[in-house]
Design a protein around this ligand. Structure first.
Ligand code: NAD
Length: 255
């Protein structure tokens, strides 16, 4: 099976005003392009990847607008929602993909590693939810979790915890913000992006051998799930966690 650019076209996404975070790279960039390609108006948050954000802006003139913010701080989250609303004239959807993944064996865990991970991956999700839900009258919040949050990850307990927290946050907010705002999560397994580049370089073969669908996901595979959750085709789904992992978490027969 070969991977393709995200192709699903949901007519109702036309004109939807969406903030996509982490939109200069990997999954966030794929989501921003797929949404803009579906006719949505996208505010594309970036931090360091200005040239990638500019390139996407040129690809979708007037439909994809870059916004710079550091989401590891509350003020960056407040700023990005405010500036997106200004640029788009309102907000219907949030897709929060920005995140970090670092090594962190527990015996060597520093306060900085722990705090930076939770600030970037978890606290940002709360601040963005607060800011976005105050302004969205009818729409959705979509978060990018990880299989690490679903099944744990040795050497990365801080990352797994930062993503595991998103599961219970999503379950809570899905109830709290219903019926006007649907809140969902997509939890990818291995995805070919700059984040996983080094790990894939050294152990792609063994990673693939543990995936029933026998491939590493491309960012567009994840964007496809996000498009579905953003669209009205998922109108009766809230509080769900779509595991986009090629079956990697399926229980295997042992012995
Ligand atoms: P990536 O490194 O390509 O993209 C991460 C993005 O987050 C970048 O655009 C980066 O600028 C942004 N970012 C990082 N820190 C930020 C900050 N303080 N403020 C604002 N933006 C910041 O990685 P990716 O694979 O596209 O990751 C996207 C999401 O998917 C992450 O939340 C990640 O945890 C999750 N994920 C990735 C994989 C994988 O194998 N690649 C697997 C599971 C989950």
């Amino acid at each position: 099976m070969t991977s393709k650019k995200a192709t699903a076209i949901y007519q109702d996404l036309k004109g939807k005003r969406v903030l996509v975070t982490g939109a200069s790279s990997g999954i966030g960039l794929a989501c921003a392009r797929a949404l803009a390609g579906s006719g949505a108006m996208v505010a594309a948050q970036y931090l360091n990847g200005k040239s990638a954000a500019e390139k996407a802006e040129k690809e979708f003139p007037g439909r994809l607008l870059k916004v710079r913010a550091d989401l590891s701080e509350e003020k960056g989250c407040v700023k990005v929602v405010g500036e997106s609303i200004k640029a788009l004239g309102g907000l219907d959807l949030l897709v929060h993909s920005a995140g970090i993944w670092t090594d962190g064996p527990i015996r060597e865990m520093t306060r900085e590693t722990l705090e930076t991970t939770f600030k970037t991956n978890t606290f940002s999700s709360y601040y963005l939810s607060r800011e976005a839900s105050r302004r969205i009258t009818r729409g959705g919040l979509i978060f990018i979790g990880s299989t690490a949050g679903q099944r744990g990850e040795p050497g990365h307990s801080h990352y797994a915890g930062s993503k595991g927290a998103l599961q219970s946050m999503v379950l809570s907010l899905a109830q709290e913000l219903a019926p006007s705002i649907r809140v969902n999560l997509v939890s990818p397994g291995w995805v070919r992006t700059p984040m996983s580049e080094e790990a894939l370089r050294s152990r792609e073969k063994s990673i693939i051998s543990a995936v029933p669908l026998k491939r590493v996901a491309e960012a567009d595979d994840v964007a496809e799930a996000v498009l579905f959750l953003a669209s009205n085709s998922s109108r009766h789904l809230t509080g769900v966690d779509i595991c986009c992992s090629g079956g990697a978490l399926l229980p295997m027969p042992r012995g």
